[in-house]
Design a protein around this ligand. Structure first.
Ligand code: G1P
Ligand code: ZN
Length: 540
């Protein structure tokens, strides 16, 4: 039983992106790659005497990574590591355990909605003691440490088995294996009216939850079927698999097309939902209608007071900048604070900690609240169920009612994937340079009213995040946003976000309403000409 100090060399590019460090699994399995990053985290936080939570979404390499991190935690003097049985913890569950147990932070192993497997993706993220992703000043320090690293510390002995609940020692450190679901499920019970939701299911309400062979399966089975009485079989693809059954565990109409087909078909249940690889994203579908994540955030915000955990109302609402302005309309109507933040959950943490906002969300299917410091897929599903149980309207009726009150923000996202980085960066740089000249110009039949680069100052901490995307507002009430993805693992992905506000035309096809906005954005940015792509690779 000895601490080994292994010499290592810095590996370029270990820079946490929108949500931690992501790379191909093969890259993560290269000698030293995971170890260098973990040692850099431990150097920055000083792991000595610390209690950490550790778990992942069960994708390929999860177990090996957990074993390495346990041995490194012990060698770096950590007092205790709380690990999910079998190495499993959803991202929101890690946040819940960090907060419930008051630990110093945690490590999450996941590449979220990216596919898993030896040929696919892996990732690691460090969360701080509030349960949320490390803010930029911490991720920046970790990145600097990865550039300077020359050695890492690891125990020579094997890590203990983690398949039985209980406590085992590893050198001087305690390895505490917990049930992955328990703490999280207990938290949900404090927020929602389980009796009301049980009564809803007892009245014949039917739902389908597609866990996409990802981490949420056991959580959804326990909460929806066992605790709330949804008919057995309501949760499908509930067994987590190392490769997510070969699927892309991204809950959107494209990747969750089976659920979409069911929900738009003749025998659709009342409510459909799905979650992603690590359980922090959600997709909501009613019978015959898809709810965009931006609308879902706005609807949840407008109705949250119907659930016990939010009965006192909201202190404010936050949304990431490319998210539609639907949530901002609700904040204005409720007379509460509204905050537009850069993309990525780490920017919500300070606002939630200061209780400046109660609910927050992103267009990319993330919604959450003060209950945690991560977005939370199943939480969003339960809040929807609580609202449906109280209002006893269909999802479609709730949406129609919302739009009649607030107007409708039609919304779509166009992604251009796997672009050459130089092409994508040049497109952004050229458009940035032209921003001051755009107001007054017409494109695609629309007139630019304003154009800027989004630079953000955190109103709580004063931290500044520059160049978080380009915003173009049109005189006709539409808006387009452009930014480069910070989660990709190969080449560059350009995201073009399109929205249009309507108060009269409430029941139209989004693609039709947004086609002039798409044309205008293409004309202004030169996307198709520069990329050679006539259409986006992905439309959500
Ligand atoms: C994407 C989403 C963003 C989300 C992130 C992590 O990041 O756009 O909203 O926070 O995944 O789930 P991007 O690839 O756009 O940087
Ligand atoms: Zn995720």
């Amino acid at each position: 039983m000895a601490v080994e100090t292994i010499p290592t060399e810095a590996i370029a590019g270990q820079k946490p992106g929108t949500s931690g460090l992501r790379a191909k699994t093969a890259v993560f399995r290269q000698p030293g790659y995971l170890e260098n990053f973990v040692q850099s985290v431990f150097d920055v936080i000083d792991a000595q005497g610390k209690t950490l939570v550790l778990g992942g979404d069960g994708r390929f390499f999860n177990r090996e990574a957990i074993a390495i991190i346990l041995r490194m935690s012990a060698a770096n003097g950590a007092a205790r590591v709380i690990v999910g049985r079998g190495g499993i913890l959803s991202t929101p569950a890690v946040s819940a355990v960090i907060r419930a147990r008051g630990t110093d932070g945690g490590l999450i192993l996941s590449a979220s909605h990216n596919p898993g497997g030896p040929e696919a993706d892996f990732g690691i993220k460090y969360n701080i003691s509030n349960g949320g992703p490390a803010p930029e000043r911490v991720t920046g320090a970790i990145h600097e440490a990865t550039a300077k690293i020359s050695q890492y510390r690891i125990m020579s002995e094997e890590a203990p088995a983690i398949d039985t609940i209980g406590e085992v020692p590893l050198a001087g450190m305690a390895v505490e294996v917990i049930d992955p679901v328990e703490t999280y499920a207990a938290l949900m019970q404090t927020l929602f009216d389980f009796d009301a939701i049980r009564a809803l299911f007892a009245s014949g309400f039917r739902m389908r939850f597609d866990a996409m062979h990802a981490v949420t399966g056991p959580y959804a089975r326990h909460l929806l079927e066992e605790a709330l009485g949804a008919p057995m079989g309501s949760v499908v693809r509930a067994e987590p698999r190392e490769d997510f059954g070969g699927l892309h565990p991204d809950p959107n109409p494209v990747h969750a097309h089976e659920l979409m087909t069911l929900m738009l078909g003749p025998d659709a249940p009342d409510f459909g939902a799905a979650s992603d690889g690590d359980g922090d994203r959600n997709m909501i579908v009613g019978r015959g209608c898809f709810v965009t994540p931006s609308d879902s955030l706005a609807i949840l915000a407008a109705n949250a007071h119907l659930a016990p955990g939010y009965s006192k109302g909201l202190s404010g609402i936050a949304w990431s900048m490319p998210t539609s302005r639907a949530a901002s309309r609700v904040a204005a109507a409720l007379g509460v604070e509204g905050h537009e933040t850069p993309t990525g959950w780490k920017f919500f943490g300070s606002l939630l900690d200061a209780d400046r906002v109660t609910l927050c969300g992103e267009e990319s299917a993330g919604t959450g609240s003060t209950h945690l410091r991560e977005k939370d897929g199943l939480w969003a599903v339960l809040l929807w169920l609580n609202i449906l149980a109280e209002r006893r309207l269909s999802v479609a009726e709730i949406m129609t009612d919302h739009w009649a009150r607030f107007g409708r923000d039609y919304y779509m996202r166009h992604d251009y994937e796997g672009l050459e980085t130089s092409v994508a960066e040049a497109l952004m740089a050229d458009l940035t340079a032209r921003l001051p000249d755009l107001p007054g110009q017409s494109a695609g039949g629309l007139t630019v009213a304003e154009a800027d680069r989004f630079d953000y100052t955190d109103p709580v901490t004063g931290d500044v995040a520059m160049a978080q995307g380009l915003r173009i507002g049109f005189a006709e009430g539409a808006r387009g946003v452009l930014r480069l993805s910070g989660t990709g693992t190969s080449g560059a992905t350009l995201r073009v976000y399109l929205e249009a506000f309507e108060t009269q035309r409430l029941d139209c096809d989004a693609a039709e309403i947004l086609s002039p906005v798409a044309a205008a954005m293409d004309a202004l940015a030169g996307t198709s000409a520069r990329t050679g792509r006539r259409r986006p690779d992905m439309i959500t």
